[in-house]
Design a binder for this molecule. Structure first.
Ligand SMILES: [Zn+2]
Ligand SMILES: [Zn+2]
Length: 254
């Protein structure tokens, strides 16, 4: 049993370290990706998440427009995600502040995203695809297991005699699990969001897209997301290299 907990703990620490920041070499290995994906699906079904994870569409979820499908495909190609790891994209009604969500089975884009400037739409797509490259959603579940493992080790190591000490040690173990998970979750989410934003900003290779995104981005750091100024700094580098996406290059208006 102790060995099992230790293995989980090691798996979880490996996940906390995350993948390299360079999207060209980043991403999880094939085996790890599929383990994460399957694991994420099981957890999602068990916890009854808001979406149907069997690959079927549910009410309120519709096929994404061809434009979004193309954008997702472009990002998947830029990130060099192998075809068998590419997730489909659906349009859904998410909470207002959420532009998109990367789930184990698919990428969901909020219907309200279509109201935002083109650059913000494209950035969101690149951000969500970056999450799927690392299967971040399943890694959250692994972190939870890791925290449980630490609590479990405490229990096993101090396996008590008598009712009172059982209650004390169990409560301590449970409290430790909860605290650890909270810490891991906050830290890991911060790291995941920052990485997804950094990848998106670099990989979208368009200063106009980044300017449009930065116009609706907060100036203060929140949850790991890049700030307005951080986005603009990357936009400036892209501008120096005269990098524009096809849409902005052709100067089309929507
Ligand atoms: Zn994100
Ligand atoms: Zn652009």
């Amino acid at each position: 049993m102790k060995k099992f907990f230790l293995i989980l703990l090691v798996a979880q620490s490996a996940h906390l370290n995350g993948a390299p920041d360079d999207f060209e070499t980043g991403g999880s290995s094939k085996a790890l990706f599929f383990f994460n994906k399957r694991f994420g699906e099981v957890i999602a079904m068990k916890t009854g998440g808001p979406y149907e994870f069997e690959g079927r569409l549910i009410e309120g979820v519709a096929e994404a427009s061809n434009e979004f499908k193309e954008m997702v495909k472009e990002a998947q190609e830029v990130y060099q995600i192998p075809p068998e790891q590419r997730l489909p994209v659906y349009q859904a009604q998410l909470e207002d502040t959420t532009s998109g969500k990367a789930e184990p089975d698919a990428i969901y884009l909020n219907e309200s995203l279509t109201m935002k400037p083109y650059g913000a739409q494209r950035f969101t797509v690149y951000h969500e695809v970056a999450h799927t490259q690392h299967c971040d959603v399943a890694r959250d579940a692994l972190r939870l297991l890791g925290s449980l493992a630490v609590g479990g080790i405490v229990l096993v190591k101090n396996f008590p005699d008598g009712l009172l000490s059982t209650v004390v040690v169990s409560s301590y173990g449970a409290l430790l699990c909860t605290l650890l998970h909270q810490r891991f979750a906050v830290f890991a989410q911060y790291k995941d969001e920052r990485r997804a934003d950094e990848q998106a900003a670099k990989a979208c290779k368009c200063f106009e897209c980044l300017k449009e995104k930065s116009a609706i981005r907060s100036s203060t750091t929140k949850g790991g997301y890049l700030t307005k100024d951080e986005l603009l700094a990357i936009a400036q580098r892209h501008e120096g290299n005269n990098l524009l996406c096809e849409y902005h290059r052709s100067g089309r208006k929507r």
